[in-house]
Design a protein around this ligand. Structure first.
Ligand SMILES: [Zn+2]
Length: 126
């Protein structure tokens, strides 16, 4: 019942018993302890395109494509402004609708590749 052990201690996140600071699993209750923040680096997985959600982009393209909402969402501000300028022609709305369908049908990997890389819009080629 020593309350002054010779090793650095912490308190179990589950039962509150004093356990070794480096303990991963509490010897008393068997509950895995919270990892110290320094022990684990940030996850290596960092998707291109800032991890944009293709479903959200597709919905924006279909619903608000006429004002380039999906372009702004994807960080393509220049293209978004172009859509906004041309919104009176309804071409951006049509292009946005088509792009939305394309977003929905393409794989997440392909979407990320397009968003992350030099995405050439097919807006005015249709
Ligand atoms: Zn415990």
């Amino acid at each position: 019942m020593s309350s002054n052990p010779q090793y650095p201690t912490k308190f179990c996140t589950s039962c509150g018993n004093q356990i070794h600071q480096m303990a991963e699993i509490c010897p008393s209750c068997g509950v895995r302890q919270m990892a110290p923040p320094a022990a684990y680096a940030q996850p290596a997985y960092a998707p291109q395109g800032g991890g944009k959600d293709k479903t959200a982009a597709a919905l924006l393209a279909i619903l608000l494509g006429g004002i380039g909402a999906h372009k702004f969402y994807l960080g393509k501000v220049g293209q978004g402004l172009l859509y906004l300028l041309l919104c009176w022609t309804f071409l951006p709305a049509i292009a946005g609708f088509i792009e939305g369908i394309i977003y929905l049908t393409m794989s997440q990997e392909k979407f990320q590749a397009q968003v992350g890389g030099g995405y050439r819009t097919g807006a005015f080629s249709v």
